[in-house]
Design a protein around this ligand. Structure first.
Ligand SMILES: [Zn+2]
Length: 236
């Protein structure tokens, strides 16, 4: 069946004989794997339109399982013009994470589409953390940020741990866990309780807060969810 969809172009894998596999995040949240012929030929229109991490419209013949098919035409709709080194690492990491599943919520598509359209987008930790939050929600991970996740009290909240499911009070804190400042606790509460999935740029994490959160995300997402975040270490 011939199908048309908007999608974000994620990755190309070249096979033999002028054949490539193309990976897209489609508007409906599906990861599309399409086979494409002749991209290496000089003057291939499709090859020219396959701009990294950009919005494209693809026409393709869908396979019966609806997981992919064969590419017919690709039109470049919105070129991603902000691919500085850091942004490029972010997109590569995001793409690697997305390719680990076949289906995401549409939120993932629209979140990334906003970044594609954000012309002078410059990498920020707020963007990364908002993206991670979407990945966690998609894995049904929610953290308790209204009370101590261990005993339920609202008093003397002094720390936060993803592995312990959220905020922690003074009494429930283990010896090896840090006391956190009110400033970072407020930002963490906002980050994980805000109902919108817009990027909250005003959060403006300082270096110490970034170090703490990066370690939390890396430990949680790698150990518990099996998501490789080695690229994050390249940015920080
Ligand atoms: Zn407690």
């Amino acid at each position: 069946m011939e199908t048309i969809t908007n999608a974000i172009f994620l990755e190309k894998k070249e096979l033999e004989d002028n054949t490539s596999y193309l990976f897209f995040l489609a508007e409906n949240g599906k990861i599309l794997k399409l086979i494409a012929l002749g991209l290496e030929k000089q003057g291939s229109k499709n090859a020219n339109n396959l701009s990294a991490y950009s919005l494209v419209e693809i026409e393709y013949f869908q396979n019966r399982l609806q997981t992919g098919g064969k590419l017919k035409k690709v039109h470049l709709k919105y070129k991603n013009t902000s691919l500085s080194r850091k942004n490029f690492i972010f997109w590569t990491m995001a793409s690697n994470i997305l390719l680990q599943k076949d289906q995401w919520d549409q939120i993932a598509f629209y979140f990334l589409l906003n970044l594609v359209r954000w012309n002078d987008f410059d990498f920020t930790w707020e963007v990364i953390y908002s993206f991670f939050r979407i990945i966690l929600l998609e894995n049904n991970v929610f953290f308790e940020v209204s009370k101590c996740s261990s005993c339920g009290t609202k008093k003397d909240i002094t720390s936060f741990s993803m592995k312990r499911n959220g905020l922690l009070c003074k009494k429930c804190l283990h010896n090896n866990e840090p006391f956190l400042s009110t400033s970072i606790l407020e930002k963490i509460i906002f980050l994980f309780s805000s109902s919108s999935l817009e990027v909250d740029l005003w959060l403006n994490f300082n270096q110490e807060e970034i170090n703490f959160l990066n370690e939390e995300f890396i430990n949680y997402m790698e150990d518990i969810l099996g998501i490789n975040l080695s690229l994050l270490k390249k940015i920080s």
